[in-house]
Ligand binder design. Structure first.
Ligand code: HEM
Length: 310
């Protein structure tokens, strides 16, 4: 038991589903039934496909938490994401009531899990967004750079990604923040390689980090590298996935960051969109536009089961 599968590696195939909750008591009770069954559904998939390592995460948006679970306290940092408006780029805030992050090493297994969940919720929810992500070569974003290198691992992953003793009631939970980004691939591909490397702050082919003498202050890995007052690095767990519909000219990154405290993710976002100092916004945003932005709370397995009875 403990936390849902928030510290897992990004995986090979992923499905991200965001739903809105329909009105009425029947819709609420269908969601609560799923809270009670969710662990068993994931367990069954693991038994059926042990080699595909299926996993799933179930989260809730701020607007439905109180409505669904009137008798429960509210996770401290669960709120409707407040948009961040920089001088040039905006981190938009978009609706999302229920969230699922499904991973497996094969898309058919991820699909099977997604379809079981969807069938359980039929009539209770409406579609808001769905993205199918894939591992691209050696774990690269669709813009060609390796993603996830600086992710925390082992104990660090748990302490940065999962709520601990500091919040006894919500221990084992996590704040999941998602953004669906679309890339301007034409502009990106026209950018010479050394310039692309300055945007990300790493070498494209070898993934080596640029030295401080060449890394610009507005490189992506410069603005997202943050510390606490004592100078200790603050991290989040990222499990981004590329997605694409080439015939539509659509190329994207589905960003997902899990954190034990949303304030860490929010600070990274402020640095990216507003800049610190103001104006030093993330150059990656000149090639990447978020079209969604939603915060969810992911309860521990134990709390999820309790929510079924609320
Ligand atoms: C278009 C969307 C994004 C893309 C394509 C992207 C891609 C990347 C890449 C290629 C790296 C370098 C390798 C690594 O350490 O993972 C990186 C690092 C990082 N990204 Fe992103 N990212 C995106 C959005 C975000 C957002 C929205 C956040 C935070 C809210 C974020 C937080 C980070 C952090 C913390 C690092 C590590 C920085 C360090 O070196 O300490 N990224 N990202």
């Amino acid at each position: 038991m403990g936390s849902q599968d928030v510290t897992n590696a990004p995986g090979v195939s992923a499905i991200f589903m965001v739903y809105g909750l329909n009105e009425g008591e029947e819709a609420k009770s269908a969601v609560k039934d799923l809270c009670g069954e969710f662990a068993a559904i994931v367990r069954s998939m693991r038994k059926r496909y042990p080699d595909s390592n299926p996993s799933a995460v179930f989260g809730f948006g701020a607007e439905v938490w109180g409505e669904l679970f009137a008798d429960e306290p509210r996770p401290k940092e669960l709120e409707v994401f407040k948009e961040i408006k920089g001088a040039k780029h905006t981190a938009v805030s978009t609706r999302g009531d229920l969230f699922f992050h499904i991973r497996a090493s094969q898309m058919d297994v991820a699909y099977e899990l997604a379809s079981i969940i969807s069938a359980k919720l039929e009539g209770a929810v409406y579609h808001i967004d769905e993205v199918h992500g894939f591992r691209y070569f050696d774990g690269r974003t669709i813009i060609g750079f390796v993603d996830g290198t600086e992710n925390p691992e082992n104990d660090d992953a748990v302490s940065f990604g999962v709520i601990g003793d500091e919040d006894e009631y919500f221990k084992g939970g996590s704040y999941a923040f998602v953004q669906k980004y679309l890339h301007d691939m034409r502009a990106w591909n026209e950018l010479p390689l050394p310039e692309q490397e300055k945007v990300i702050g790493r070498r494209r082919y070898t993934d080596e980090e640029l030295g401080d003498d060449v890394k610009p202050a507005n490189a992506h890995n410069a603005v997202t590298n943050i510390t606490d007052e004592e100078g200790n690095e603050l991290k989040i767990i990222r499990a981004n996935m590329p997605f694409a519909n080439p015939s539509k000219g659509e190329f994207g990154t589905y960003f997902i960051g899990y954190a034990s405290t949303f304030s860490t993710t929010r600070r990274m976002l402020e640095n990216m969109f507003e800049g610190s100092p103001a104006g030093n916004y993330d150059r990656l945003l000149d090639f990447s536009t978020p079209v969604t932005g939603t915060l969810f709370f992911v309860p521990s397995w134990e709390l999820l089961e309790k929510l079924a009875e609320d």
